[in-house]
Design a protein around this ligand. Structure first.
Ligand code: ZN
Length: 323
């Protein structure tokens, strides 16, 4: 794969990770047309998917896809079972995704099955399970030279079937694009392609980025001295130091802070954040809110935890010297 394209795909998958929570190994719902295309272009399913998605993959075949593949297969006269086609990889490579759409779990139409897995909820279109769809157009109808020998009726029927299959494949992709957060891989000629984000996906992604920008700005105003990430680790250590020296003088103001904090939780978020920065300004040290709250919870639950901890600290060195 060209370097430029792989970079583009890596970036795209990174966006799916940030905006929709995709994680490796990526779960890829593979449809029957993709398997036919991969086989006819002599591609290796997993390496091809991993090159395209720029990460580890876990391909899955739904029970309904398998049923649709087997339905078109001739039966083995000895076992009376349909013969496994060459293009169908073994279950070790492509495990079955069990799906049950009705009471007796009869397989349903492949397109409906895949769309129902991509968006299981009836009220909201959401790719809850973070599936990636890997599909392809159905194989082109057999060449003219082959059909010329057959009777006209049969040729027409094949062409109609081909058209129907193409329509189904297009409906599947259209349906998948309408669900936000569904990466779509498809094989075009002999190339595996990762589609750009659909408009619904892009809409969600932009919303997520805007939120991040907004919270990022407010975080900075609150944690001026703390720092966004480095402060987090410091916070955990600082409370212990503060507890030791003067628990009595610290406790009373802490209660007030807690009351404020609980009241704030009920208020709208923006207001709470505003108050927070004000409070920080009053205190002089712009310590972030989570730290205070956590510190208090601990104290409230364990009673005089401050005292306990100082005891623990006091005994610790003795134990150390004993050993
Ligand atoms: Zn199904």
């Amino acid at each position: 794969m060209r370097a430029k394209r792989s970079k583009k795909y890596r970036k795209l998958m990174h966006q799916y990770e940030l905006a929709f929570g995709f994680r490796e190994p990526y779960q890829v719902l593979v449809d029957s047309n993709l398997l036919r295309a991969v086989h006819s272009f002599k591609m290796d399913l997993i390496p091809a998917l991993e090159r395209t998605l720029q990460g580890q993959v876990k391909p899955l075949l739904t029970k309904c896809s398998l049923a649709s593949i087997m339905a078109g297969q001739p039966t083995n006269p000895r076992t009376n079972n349909p013969i496994r086609p060459d293009f169908l990889p073994p279950p070790t490579t492509l495990p079955l995704r069990h799906c049950s759409h009705n009471e007796d779990s009869t397989p349903i139409d492949e397109t409906s099955c895949l769309l129902s897995l991509l968006s299981p909820l009836s009220d909201v279109k959401r790719n809850k399970e973070h599936y990636i769809l890997a599909t392809a157009d159905p194989p082109a109808p057999k060449s003219n030279s082959a059909t010329q020998q057959e009777i006209g009726k049969k040729r027409k029927r094949d062409a109609d079937d081909g058209l129907q299959a193409l329509k189904r494949a297009q409906a599947l992709r259209r349906g998948a694009r309408s669900i936000p957060g569904v990466p779509i891989v498809y094989v075009k000629r002999s190339v595996m392609i990762l589609e750009p984000m659909s408009a619904p996906s892009e809409g969600i992604r932009e919303g997520v980025e805007e939120d991040k920008l907004r919270t990022g700005l407010t975080d900075q105003s609150v944690q001026k001295s703390g720092g966004p990430d480095g402060g987090e680790k410091k916070k955990k250590r600082e409370p212990k130091k503060a507890k030791g020296p003067n628990p009595l003088s610290v406790k009373k103001p802490k209660k007030r802070v807690e009351q404020k904090a609980t009241a704030e939780r009920e208020r709208p978020r923006d207001e709470a954040e505003k108050r927070d920065s004000e409070k920080a300004a009053e205190d002089g040290e712009a310590a972030p809110k989570p730290k205070r709250r956590r510190r208090h919870h601990k104290g409230a639950k364990q009673g005089d935890s401050g005292g306990d901890e100082t005891e623990a600290i006091a005994t610790a060195p003795i134990e150390a010297t004993d050993q």
